[in-house]
Design a binder for this molecule. Structure first.
Ligand SMILES: Nc1ncnc2c1ncn2[C@@H]1O[C@H](COP(=O)(O)OP(=O)(O)OP(=O)(O)O)[C@@H](O)[C@H]1O
Ligand SMILES: [Mg+2]
Length: 363
């Protein structure tokens, strides 16, 4: 029987561990649910805001280290319950934990590239991920995932409704406008038809349970963006830009649109930030610091820089996002880090939504 430590020692030690995303201790955020002791065996039960894929390892280690600092002989097991904010009963996609739009004010800045790499990075980290390519005018996800020529297949449910199956590639469940139409058809589609397709993708696909569903949007602030804002309970939007002034003006417009419809901006990504020269220096072709400056101006987190690099373009064209390519570690790292920072913002947002106080009043 061990007498050198007790539940209080363990509780205090674990309560002092800092959550790397939230920036407060587990005690402060009320994450320590229970501590059980049985001889040298210690079981710790935590309740934490999801998603945990990027922080699980770090948290596990810092919790074990903290306990072992006060009880070196303790054999620690940590159990985590993910805290999912309560959802309205009639919410669409109730089994999807986090819905994230990848958007930009301007075309061609790399939304689809970033969306494809974020999705692949999250799947690589063990998350269940879906990706909706909602770009009617130029669906590029089929190319970026090597799914060109694929068709959306589905079946009639008992109620006679069509239920489509996403196509899985690189661990990501994908649905694209490119699976349902020829390229030339797209240009002639009117607003209501576009909204119809979008709603089908959201409501009539067997998405199942997902940690993330990402939306690759067309550029600008048109019909699809509005339909999405009205229909989908988004966790938030990631805004992609390039560093130069013209693109930044469009960022302001894009962010203003999302904020008008109460969608949180999870952060700004600066794509094509620089070109890495062979001597290790960086050539800031489109100017330096534009992304961080606009993020500061708009009071939005800056999620990171992605270099302009041929392997990123080639990965897109060849159907394997660069984040999965171990031969280009610098690019891979930049995109993994981007995913990690985005998830950190998602966790902060999920934590904040758990904090909304409920006040009891008498009428
Ligand atoms: N960091 C990068 N380095 C090299 N090439 C890139 C990079 N980011 C994007 N590209 C290339 O630039 C082109 C445009 O990118 P992408 O299609 O992702 O932009 P988009 O914002 O989705 O465009 P659209 O507005 O048409 O939807 C693609 O050929 C892509 O491979
Ligand atoms: Mg695109």
């Amino acid at each position: 029987m061990n007498t050198s430590f007790n539940g209080e020692h363990i509780h205090n030690a674990i309560s002092a561990v800092r959550d790397p995303d939230i920036g407060q201790t587990l005690g402060e955020i009320g994450a320590v649910h229970d501590v059980e002791l049985s001889g040298d065996k210690v079981k710790i039960y935590l309740s934490l805001p999801q998603p945990l894929h990027f922080v699980a390892e770090t948290l596990n280690k810092s919790c074990k280290d903290a306990v072992n600092a006060v009880a070196p002989q303790a054999q620690v097991e940590i159990f985590v319950r993910e805290h999912v904010p309560e959802k309205p009963a009639n919410r669409i996609l109730p089994d999807v934990k986090n819905l994230i739009a990848v958007a930009s004010g301007k075309g061609g800045v790399g939304k689809s590239t970033i969306a494809a790499n974020l999705a692949a990075a999250l799947a690589k980290k063990g998350a269940s991920v879906g990706l909706i390519d909602a770009d009617i005018h130029g669906p590029s996800v089929p190319t970026m995932f090597g799914l060109e020529g694929e068709q959306l297949v589905g079946e009639k449910t008992e109620t006679g409704q069509f239920l489509g199956q996403p196509i899985e590639k690189h661990g990501v469940k994908v649905v694209s406008m490119g699976f349902v139409m020829e390229r030339d058809q797209a240009a002639i589609m009117r607003g209501p038809m576009q909204a119809g397709y979008f709603n089908t993708f959201v409501e009539q696909i067997a998405w199942g349970e997902l940690d993330y569903l990402l939306f690759d949007l067309p550029p600008g602030t048109g019909d699809i963006q509005l339909t999405m804002a009205q229909r989908v309970p988004l966790t938030g939007a990631v805004i992609v830009t390039t560093p130069q002034n013209l693109a930044l003006a469009d960022v302001r417009r894009g962010v203003a649109m999302f904020r008008r419809v109460n969608i949180e901006v999870l952060g700004v990504v600066e794509n094509m930030s620089y070109y890495a020269l062979p001597d290790g220096t960086r050539d800031y072709i489109f100017g330096q610091g534009g992304g961080t400056a606009i993020a500061r101006e708009l009071d939005a987190p800056f999620l990171g820089e992605v270099p302009l690099n041929i392997s990123i373009r080639q990965g897109g064209d060849a159907g394997t996002p660069v984040v999965l390519n171990d031969k280009t570690p610098h690019q891979q790292q930049a995109l993994l880090q981007l995913a990690e920072r985005m998830v950190s913002e998602v966790r902060k947002k999920n934590f904040r939504s758990m904090q909304i106080p409920t006040v009891q009043i008498s009428l």
